[in-house]
Every structure is written in C-alpha cells, then in structure tokens.
Design a protein around this ligand. Structure first.
Ligand code: ADP
Ligand code: ASP
Ligand code: MG
Length: 443
C-alpha cells in the first residue's frame, strides 16, 4: 500500500481535483489518500473560531454560508449527475449544520479544533463522491476513528495501525482509501489537530502505521528547493535528500513539509517523494535512508525564535550548572533548539514562549537573564557539510549582518545561524549567492 497526500492547492479547485484523479488513476496498486481542506478554507475556519471566541454571532452564519457556496460550486463543477449532486450537497449541509451548532457553544480548545478540522471532512466527502461518479470505487475513512495521537512529538504508530485495521474491516476490496489530514484525537480522546500544515504528518504517521511501501506528498512545487522560493530567486529542487537532511530542513522552517513529517518514517525506512500536482512528470525530491551526494543541499529559516542569555560568574567551571538550567526548560516542557556557551554565559533559543515568564523567573536564581525575541534560525544543511571547504564561505555573511549565535559541529550535516528576523531575507539571499549561485553548482 502507498500513501498519497494532496495539499490544499492540489484540491483547491475542480481543475486541480481532476489532476489529482489522473495522478491516482495512473498508479497501480492499493492507495491510501490523505487530503487537506481546499486551499484557504482552514484559514477561514481559524477566523470563524476567532469569531466564536469573541461571540460575534452575526458574522458566524454569513461565514458558514460562504463555506457552503464555495463547496457547492465545487460539487456543481465536479459531479454533474443530479442524484449524486443532491446527495452530496445534503451531506455537506449536514456537516455545516453541525459546524453551526458547535459555533453556538462556549469556545474552548476542543471547539476550536472541531471548527478548524471541518474543511478536511467537507473536501474528502466531495472527493470520494467525485471518484465514485468517475467510476473509481473507494472507501472514505473517518480519521477520528484511528488518528489517536496522545504524544504529538512521538506518535504511537502501532496503536494507529491497530485502530486503522478495525476501520478497514468495512472497506470491502476497494483499492482506494480516502481519509482526512490534520485532525487527531488527543490523550483525553478529544478532537485536536496536528498543528497547521499537519496533513503531511498525518501521511507519514499513517505510512508508518501500515508500513507503506512509499509515501508521496503532492503539492504546488516540484520538490524541496535549495532555498525558500518565497524569498529567494533562482532556487532549484534538490532531487535527493537523506531522512536526516530532510528532517533538519522541515524542522527548521522549509514550509513544504510540516516540521515533524520525517520522524515517523526514519526508523521504518519508508521513502517519501515530494511531487508537483501541476507538473506530475517533474522529478521532485526523493527522501530516503541514504544521502546520494555529500555536501551542501539546502537552506531554510525558522521564525518566531526567542533567544535567552543567562550570565553568571558562578558558572565558571561549575559542574551541574547546565543540568539545572536544562531542568527549568524540562519542567515547562519547552524544547531548546540552539545552544552556545562561554565561560560565563549560556545562550539558547526556544520557539515556544507560552511559559517564558515562568522560565525566566526560575532562571533568575542562576544568573542575570536577558531575552531577544523576533529572531530567525537560518539552517544550512547537507551531509558531511562541515568537511566541505566551500561551506566556510557562509561565514562571510558575518561581514554583512549581525549574527546573534552560531551552531557549528553539533552534527555533520547542519550549521545554524541566529539572526534578527528583520535581516532574514537578506541573509537567505546572500547565502544563496555565496553558496549556490557563485560557488557550488549542486545537482
Ligand atoms: P500544501 O498546501 O500542498 O501543503 P504548502 O503551502 O504547505 O503546500 O507547501 C508548499 C509551499 O512551500 C511552496 O509553494 C513554497 O512556497 C513553500 N516553500 C517554502 N520553502 C520551500 C522549500 N525549501 N522548497 C519548496 N517549497 C518551499
Ligand atoms: N488544512 C490544514 C492547514 O491548512 C492542514 C494542511 O493543509 O496540512 O493547516
Ligand atoms: Mg503544507
């Protein structure tokens, strides 16, 4: 069985949904499809949830009507046969009625997740009916039955596999299974999400759960590019990456993949292919256990980073000092991304600031603390990178922009720089020139 995930733009219009149908039809064997909501819909649902939170009831029904119009016109374009057209519209109306009812309740995190995950349910039911209309038999599975993910960082894919098997008992002989990305049930068995962009993660969790032969992530670009194409011109797709390289790039901001996408498949050695729905013939990127080529591969950037410095004369050679500092972060379940130390100070970065005040008040007992917010980690990635002499060119960046921290040598395949977010685009562009355009000519 293969897992194929299609993102928001791939299912954003009738024309692209027809592309998706062709891509599926051209592939042999059993397939599990993971679909996102139509592009823009999750954003609209996030706004709707905000209205519910602020009790702006007049606007709510107008927003729900807008969603109905969008999905009804998609149905009209895709499913022209009258009976099927009416049936699926009836189903969409009942989903939207349930949404409206949720919007009447007092806002809490569960209501928020119920609202924001509606888009995937709407789209998957339309898509399933459309395939049926095109004579492609399929089974629609409700992800809420098996995406039981208590630990977001370390999902129990064995449990997901068992629950999915139960759901599959009703899937009589169909080659095509369809389910929703993004949604999960948390440790209290309440509806929650895998965070924004989470359908990629759904695909790899399910791929690991069923030990899929491969996972394909179909999006609007032909693979992972060597730099962020939203900010840098002249980027190009990287044809092959190791799991470790891809995991670093995803975690450090390459938006094409949800930060956690790679972790479920590393141990299971399941290849992940990144492909373009709009040019399916393009090679894209293959992510697998080996790095076919050593050296620099790509650069990414992760925003909303906060740097904390703890300065203490007492730290001098004091054993156990770092342990106590790390325990504070552990207590507040806040993970640390970058660390640098000197004799009298330690600097580290976090991306989750929800407990920042509590963390700072505890750290004060160990020394003087200072905080710099609005920073970005620029991550330069490639297997054996630090042995590559050409890479040293990246340090020329220090002449042009202030760099707050550097992490070099933590692993063979990553060098990270912490810069003020205001300088991020300039750094990405300059690194592109220094490392790719004027220097290395990667494949
Ligand atoms: P989907 O809706 O299919 O999940 P996303 O918008 O989440 O698609 O991800 C695809 C987008 O990621 C691309 O259109 C591109 O703008 C952006 N992106 C950012 N960094 C990279 C990168 N290094 N390589 C490719 N795409 C990237
Ligand atoms: N629809 C969700 C989002 O926009 C999940 C996804 O597309 O991956 O975040
Ligand atoms: Mg995405």
């Amino acid at each position: 069985m293969k897992v194929l995930k299609f993102g928001g733009t791939s299912v954003g219009s009738a024309a692209s949904i027809r592309n998706v149908k062709n891509i599926i039809s051209n592939q042999q064997g059993d397939k599990l499809l993971v679909l996102s909501a139509m592009s823009g819909v999750t954003n609209q649902l996030v706004e709707l949830s905000e209205l519910v939170k602020n009790r702006s009831s007049e606007e709510i029904s107008e927003r729900i009507n807008r969603l109905q119009t969008k999905h009804f016109s998609l149905i009209d374009e895709l499913i022209t046969e009258e009976v099927s057209n009416k049936l699926i519209k009836k189903h969409i109306s009942s989903e939207l009625k349930a949404l409206e009812n949720d919007c009447q309740l007092d806002w809490n995190l569960e209501i928020d997740s119920k609202i924001t995950t509606t888009g995937e349910r709407l789209l998957t039911s339309i898509f399933s009916k459309y395939l049926e209309f095109e004579s492609l038999g399929n089974t629609l599975l409700d992800a809420r039955e098996f995406m039981h993910i208590s630990n977001l960082e370390n999902p129990d894919t064995g449990l997901v596999g068992e629950l999915l098997n139960d759901s599959l008992k009703s899937a009589v002989g169909n080659e095509i299974l369809i389910t929703q990305g993004f949604v999960r049930l948390n440790s209290e068995k309440k509806i929650s999400t895998l965070k924004r962009g989470g359908s990629d993660y759904t695909a790899t969790i399910l791929g690991a759960a069923i030990r899929a032969s491969e996972i394909q992530i179909w999006t609007d670009i032909s693979g992972l590019h060597n730099n962020d194409p939203r900010f840098v011109e002249q980027t190009h797709p990287v044809s092959q990456l190791s799991f470790e390289e891809a995991a670093e790039l995803a975690y450090f901001g390459a938006k094409i993949l949800h930060p956690q996408t790679i972790s479920p498949v590393i141990g299971k050695n399941i290849p992940v292919y990144l492909k373009n729905t709009f040019t399916p013939e393009a090679t894209g990127t293959c992510i697998s256990a080996i790095a076919e080529r050593k050296g620099l591969k790509a650069i990414s950037a992760k925003d909303e980073i906060t740097a904390i410095k703890i300065k203490s004369n007492r730290m001098l050679m004091a054993h156990g000092f770092l342990k106590r500092i790390f325990e504070v972060f552990d207590t507040y379940e806040t993970s640390i991304d970058m660390i640098t130390t000197s004799e009298i100070a330690i600097s580290l970065t976090i991306d989750n600031t929800s407990n920042l005040d509590l963390i700072l008040s505890e750290l004060e007992q160990y020394g003087e603390t200072s905080v710099d917010s609005n920073h970005s980690i620029i991550c330069v990635v490639g297997e054996g990178l630090i042995e590559d002499r050409g890479t040293s060119k990246l340090f020329e960046i220090l002449q042009d922009v202030p760099v707050r921290m550097i992490s070099y040598g933590g692993s063979n395949n990553n060098i990270s720089l912490l810069v003020d977010t205001r300088n991020k685009i300039e750094v990405l562009q300059k690194l592109n020139e220094k490392l790719f355009v004027n220097h290395l000519k990667p494949v």
